[in-house]
Design a protein around this ligand. Structure first.
Ligand SMILES: [Zn+2]
Ligand SMILES: [Zn+2]
Length: 209
């Protein structure tokens, strides 16, 4: 059985998720900030990280990528459409603030695919709209969906940042995410967990479309 931890990090409280298997190997989704705290958490729990997965490359989701990589020597995965964003503050949204520059990703996801890392096997779904390289990670066996800033509990991602597109976002939600089994647990990039069924029924931004 897979276990998860949810750690809201940084001033935007972006959810970092750690998924671990029975052998305490883990993958880290969106290490957004507070690298020292995150590294300490991983060490305290005696976890063995295998990789970093990025749902997208906005600064609130990537801020601790270098610190975690330095601590554990693991690769980071990002979609090709946001490869440059990791080290380009004007793209990752940090140019008005403290500029965020992370190292380039070791692994670039070129298209929708099924990835296996250690004991973790999951579908990479391309779900653009909030940003052009937004991807969601779907763990079929567990029924878990990591949706980044595409879909939240009772909310949807903003589309007013660079590369945002409302039509694309709606398409991603209705034609990708809402096609998943109703009981899929949704782990969003901000805020509490939800389910596909709950959002189809109750998300005020998506009703009657
Ligand atoms: Zn974002
Ligand atoms: Zn975010």
């Amino acid at each position: 059985m897979m276990k998860f931890y949810q750690l809201p990090l940084g001033s935007y409280a972006a959810n970092c998720y750690i998924l671990k298997d029975e052998k305490d190997q883990c993958i880290i989704i969106d290490p957004g900030a507070e690298g020292e705290k995150l590294v300490q958490f991983i060490k305290n729990n005696e976890l063995q990280p295998l990789a970093i997965l990025l749902t997208h490359a906005h600064s609130d989701h990537i801020g601790a990528a270098d610190e975690v990589r330095d601590a554990f020597q693991i690769p980071a995965y990002v979609h090709k459409n946001e490869e440059e964003w990791l080290y380009t503050p004007a793209l990752n949204g940090s140019d008005m603030d403290i500029p965020f520059v992370q190292r380039e990703a070791e692994k670039v996801i070129m298209n929708e695919s099924i990835l296996t890392i250690g004991n973790f096997t999951f579908d990479v779904l391309e779900t653009p709209g909030h940003s052009p390289g937004s991807i969601s990670f779907y763990f079929r066996e567990e029924g878990y969906l990591f949706s980044g800033d595409v879909l939240f509990k009772r909310g949807i991602g903003r589309t007013d940042f660079i590369g945002g597109n409302m039509d694309a976002l709606m398409n991603s939600i209705h034609h990708k995410l809402f096609k998943l089994p109703l009981n899929t647990v949704v782990f969003p990039g901000h805020g509490p967990l939800t389910s596909i069924e709950d959002e189809i029924k109750n998300n005020p931004f998506l009703k009657n479309i």
